[in-house]
Write a protein that binds this ligand. Sequence first.
Ligand code: ATR
Length: 275
Amino acid sequence: MAKFAVFGHPVAHSKSPWIHQQFAQQFALQLEYQALELPLEGFAQAALQCFTQHDFLGANVTVPFKEQAFALCQQLTPEAQAAGAVNTLVRQPEGLLGHNTDGLGLVADLEHNCGLVLAGKRILLLGAGGAVRGVIGPLLAAGAQLVLSNRTLAKAEQLAQQMSAFAPQAGSIQALPLEALGSGYDYIINGTSASLSGQAMALDPLAWQGVQASYDMMYGPGLTAFNQQAQAAGVAQQFDGLGMLVEQAALAFACWWQRQPQTQQVLQQLRQQLG
Ligand code: ATR
């Protein structure tokens, strides 16, 4: 049987095995997809063994291994190169191909599930860690203008500087301090882990003015802390990262099977499971 896995640490909570089985059923495909907790020391060796000794056809990669997976690949897609991280490994005759479907998954979720237009929109993107780095290239490619901001401003400035190489026009990406963001944003996307601890973001209150939608890349039952903050600030629509999770999985599935699964029903079922 075709073998796949998600590599992470920890990974027991991962919904990827369930999601990929749902996609496989849509095409009556048989596959084995495991959640594998690989050792923090020795990721490369353990991951390679899956391909060389256990005949895996592909794997997803999650925290904290995405950057190490990048270093493991013989070939990289432009999205993986821009992200500096790989979330999808594809076994090929000439070695491992690394792709990153996180940013493309976010764009697909925003455009198709949330019904938001990205082209020409001004987006405030909060955070400057791996999660944010992974989505900048596809957001820029979709025609968005990005403002990055972060608790540690220097990290946002450095990231904006690095990612300006991927901007279609000069000025499509800049960094501003959290306390001096001004207004004029269409959407605010939270890519920080602040919601994990239930903490509100200390944002310039002006930033919320006129914002049509908030999006938290985190998800959970009910509104995340960030989306609660957005709602309280008068933002009409709130979305969380569950759709991004399903869309990035669908894009990974398409890399391995050359078939594009339907995501709507899988997303609805996952939402019910979350409660
Ligand atoms: P990931 O790879 O998931 O992005 P990370 O690299 O640890 O994780 O980055 C976490 C991000 O969340 C960072 O932007 C971090 O801000 P700092 O760079 O200042 O550390 C941000 N973050 C975490 N907790 C936060 C909080 N309570 N308030 C604001 N930002 C927070």
